[in-house]
Design a protein. Structure first.
Ligand code: ZN
Ligand code: ZN
Length: 125
């Protein structure tokens, strides 16, 4: 599979028997439907996001990309509703998700820190 952002080859990475694709160029990560949600709850899964967050921020500006799986389907820019500073691309066809380098680490951090914060603030039972 080719990276939808920088066109480099994407390599398979397996964590906790979930297979994702990581770009050998920009370090972006591709998740199939629900894989990001599944991996988010697995301890240590942030280690798959080995890319440079600086590189990720550069590619984050690249917004018009096509889904690497569905070929000519443009992906939709999404904002994580719990962490609005995180933007990722989602495919309306296969529901795959692309995270730029560093974004999955960030996305993942939320479950630990922010849920604790919400708990302390009394937003959760
Ligand atoms: Zn790439
Ligand atoms: Zn797709």
């Amino acid at each position: 599979m080719q990276c939808p952002k920088c066109d480099a080859e994407m390599a398979k990475v397996v964590f906790s028997s979930i297979e994702v694709d990581r770009c050998t160029g920009c370090g972006g990560l591709w998740f199939d439907l629900m894989e990001a949600e599944q991996l988010r709850s697995v301890r240590g899964s942030e280690t798959i996001d080995t890319g440079d967050a600086k590189e990720g921020r550069f590619w984050d500006a690249e917004r018009r990309i096509n889904c690497p799986v569905c070929a000519n389907t443009p992906m939709i820019r999404m904002v994580d509703n719990r962490q609005p500073h995180i933007h990722y691309e989602s495919c309306p066809g296969c529901f795959g998700i692309f995270f730029d380098a560093g974004e999955f680490r960030d996305y993942k951090k939320e479950t630990l820190l922010e849920s604790l914060r919400e708990f302390v603030a009394g937003k959760r039972p």
